[in-house]
Design a binder for this molecule. Structure first.
Ligand code: SAH
Length: 209
């Protein structure tokens, strides 16, 4: 077994399965997906560690456990369409692309989006669509979405993101300034259900207005 493969097996066993993630699809994707391709060259030996890592521009690739947790919490189905805000390294994007039919991903920092596009194209993903913009406003042209995942934290939940959910659609988002909660919103026929899942630390969702 190659070193990368061994590191991934261990990452999934120790950091993810042992902490209660059960979704078999999420576990098998994370055993397979080469996370080291999504981090800067000098950080490759740290790619499978139990922590977020810098990816440039003051941004980070999320900790593996948080990636697994957020993906599982969305209860995704193969035929679904997902919006991701904060492409970053593209690692979470690739996992979503394995889970569902189409992924629309928005990133504000040009260089990060371009780098992520390159890695994802090289890995052969054809169901990912990229946009360079302020994701606070979602991606209206392709709405509504079955699920929305936001990987940067606003101080309050942007209305546009909620309005781009289908009935039955789920939104997962870290909310807060210094202390943040990971929040899951489900859009129901006559309103929204909101659950606080977990205290987290994400980079801020930068807004242009
Ligand atoms: N899922 C990514 C997380 C990257 S960190 C990964 O694991 O690699 C969060 C990302 O959100 C950063 O790349 C940052 O540039 C981006 N971001 C911050 N505010 C944004 C906004 N308003 N619109 C789009 N992207 C934003």
């Amino acid at each position: 077994m190659s070193k990368d493969k061994k590191d991934r097996e261990k990452m999934v066993a120790v950091q993810i399965e042992a902490r209660g993630i059960k979704n078999t699809k999420v576990l098998s994707i994370m055993r397979k997906l080469p996370r080291h391709l999504f981090v800067p060259v000098g950080m490759k030996s740290s790619a499978y560690r139990d922590e977020p890592l810098p990816i440039g521009e003051g941004q980070t690739i999320s900790q593996p456990y948080i990636v697994a947790y957020m993906t599982e919490a969305l209860s995704l189905k193969k035929h679904e369409k997902v919006l991701e805000v904060g492409t970053g390294s593209g690692y979470q994007t690739a996992i979503l692309a394995e889970m569902v039919h189409e992924v629309y991903t928005v990133e504000m920092v040009v260089s990060l989006s371009e780098k992520a596009q390159k890695v994802l194209v090289e890995l052969g993903y054809k169901n990912v669509f990229f946009k360079i913009a302020d994701g606070t406003y979602g991606w209206k042209e392709n709405a509504p979405y079955d699920a929305v995942m936001v990987t940067a934290a606003p101080s309050k939940i942007p209305k546009e993101l909620i309005s781009q959910l289908k009935i039955g659609g789920r939104l997962i988002i870290p909310v807060g300034d210094f202390y943040q909660d990971l929040v899951l919103i489900v859009r129901e026929k006559d309103g929204f259900r909101e659950d606080k899942l977990l205290p987290v630390r994400f980079v801020p969702l930068v807004t242009t207005q």
